[in-house]
Write a protein that binds this ligand. Sequence first.
Ligand code: UDP
Ligand code: MG
Length: 334
Amino acid sequence: MNSSPDNIMTHNINISDAKKPFLSVVVPLYNEEETITDTLPAIHKQCSALDVSDFEIVAIDDGSSDATLDILHNLCKYHNQIRIIAFNRNFGKEAAIHAGLVYAKGDAVIVMDGDGQHPEQLLPKMIKHWEEGAKVVVACKAVRGQESIISKFSAFAFYWLFKNLTKLDIENISDFMLLDRVVVDHYCQLPERRRFFRGMIIWMGFTTAKIYFEVPPRVSGNSSWSKVALFKLGSTAISSFTSSPLHLISILAVVYFACTLIFGGIALFDKLSGRAVTGFTTVIILILMTGTFIMFGLGQLGLYIERMYEELKNRPPYFINTSKSTIDFNQDLK
Ligand code: UDP
Ligand code: MG
């Protein structure tokens, strides 16, 4: 066995490196041939400069129809920390992030866009917050990028609705996040298929630090979100966190019942005072009563559908902050 000083030195470095964290960076990519030749090497360079034992970049090609996948394979030749997950077709950013988190091995995992709109210069700051104890570090948009008035209004309406219906505040929070291994494991164990990454992470409620950044313009190309895709994401977001819209039926039933009382009463009054056309009172009262029964019936069904929906989601009822609890979670669980 060779025990030269060099060997001992190498051995020591490995031991100290072993204490340092392993970092994963998850990057979802869809038709980014024009951007990744700049962005991925920049992320790689930034990661190489970090005080970590090693790192990996998990690049997910979300079924791109351009040369993104070929370029990724080419980049791998020069940067062996890049690992590629290639989807069969375009499954959407949420699915790409999910796959990346499932296969990321890091003690900390950073999720960021590959179009240059999530500045890699923030990585050291994120790691610092994580080392200081935050389990989640979210990069919030200090100023939204250039947007049309319609986009601004839609975003405002969505966040207003989301906040008021779900009591979770995700305004200005981006998908650019660092997650501790514990958070990643919990996120991957959640059984839902249609996911809203940002919302679900905030819903889990782990200790969160926020940092702010200005969204730079895309390196090139355009945002791949159409208005329809954004609307779908918005409705997934709201329906994943609240079943309040179902309660609307019960509220409408009460309104309908009030109308029945008022208009039924008027029709009956007209009948008794001899002003009503023959048969009209019976018809109007029957219509109003049938409507009321149907509305209340739908409201009741809504209640049971809500229960089924909650059970189907099968989310854990709570998450425990182990560092602040005094129970020994390995010993005390019987
Ligand atoms: N993206 C993806 N699948 C999609 C749409 C987008 O993986 O179906 C990726 C995209 O390549 C980029 C990130 O998600 O890395 C953010 O996408 P985009 O820039 O289009 O969204 P925006 O910045 O407008 O939110
Ligand atoms: Mg973008």
